[in-house]
Ligand binder design. Sequence first.
Ligand SMILES: [Cu+2]
Length: 488
Amino acid sequence: MQLKNWGLWGLVAVGLIGMGTTYYVHQRPTTMMGTNGAHGMMMGRTTSTKSTATSTTAHQMALPPLLKPTRQTTQQVAYTVTAQRGKMAFYQGQKTNTLGYNGNYLGPVLQVNRGQTLKIKTQNHLTTTTSFHWHGLVLPGVDDGGPNQTVAAGQTKTVQFKIKQPAATLWFHPHAMGSTAKQVYQGLAGLIYVRDAASQKRHLPQTYGVNDFPVIIQDRQFTADHQLDYEQAYQADGTTGSTLLVNGTVNPYLNVTTKLVRLRLVNGSNARNYRLTLSNGQAMQQIATDGGLLPHPVAVKTVRLSPGERAEVVIDTARFKTGQSVTLQNGHQQVLALRTAKHLKTDGRLPATLTTLPKVSTANAQHQSLTFSGMGHMVAINHQTYQRNRINLTAQVKRPQVWTIRNTSGMMGGMIHPFHLHGVQFRILSINGATPPANQRGWKDTVALPPDGEVKIAFTFKDKGIYMYHCHNLEHEENGMMGQIKVS
Ligand SMILES: [Cu+2]
């Protein structure tokens, strides 16, 4: 725990709690100043930047390429994914040393149809060990790419598994113990789009890069010479930064040409929680959670995303006033400017029904309790930290599970722990004893545990193997806030 930070952020936290929001507790406040100078001083760091001039230049939001399969049949799709070093011009004329998949920063989109076998050849062209974890995929434990399934520098590994889950926006990122947080911070993360016939028949915006966009939101602390210095930026309770990136673009804007625009929001940050709103106060229609479509669109003025979480929203841009600049905001900080064309293509209305979700089955369920406690380097789950050779929990495959997950990190107001479970999609039964809001009743793989709160989830393991569950605040994960469950 960095004591020097707490006094200050305690004040910020108290102020925000006073305003009726507790979501920012113990987060660095984001500044609107466009400079990190004062911020750097407050933190007792040397992170002042000279980027004031360049950071105010708006850039068109980058669009991750759709990865070309190395082989594609109706039964199977095969890809090659390479973790590599790169250089990225976040700021004009300045090269930042980065990591990326098949490119300089972040990665491409892997598309796969439900029912297909997904075969991925992973290559580690880094100088350090990594792993390739498929976040949100329902798969056997052995293919999951967790910390026990690393790929050494220079090595390759091929995994393959059948896709048996509905259409969803999933992602992949490293998960090797000791280097996960740093490698993600430097740029390793990519997207997986699961597609299915049912969702494609719905009248939803689904033309990639035209009315359907990935929006990977990250925060970074650039040094004076525009580098990503993880050790310098490091915070034991979650590394954050004052610069927001969308798909690796600083100060991004998106040219919108259609009335309905679908944003697949991904919190790819190490530790920052977002509270996303539109600057004109308009509601967004949330159509999907982490693991797929909601039964019906849910009008939401605020979308909250903890690290690892996703939400898909559709925005009706025809409701923007002519000439009005509307931005997706996190508090007062701009995330993404939406620039609408004069004449918007009308592409119909959102359907009232999106999908049918199965009833949550808890009959004959196995009940487990997890308690997330502590902060900084003292984090634990059920008073234990991750040990490579320790199985913390066991479960039976295909038997319903009901987990009660508590957050008792209580001291000094506590903080959110984003709970993530590998290899399954779950449903939220309750948050602090109450039925979850309509936009959280879909498939989830990550859920924010509120400070001093309790979340109940239900799910069923469809495959056997060893799976991780952990805090998706990547620094907490590295500090051992992770456990292993053996499913047999
Ligand atoms: Cu945590």
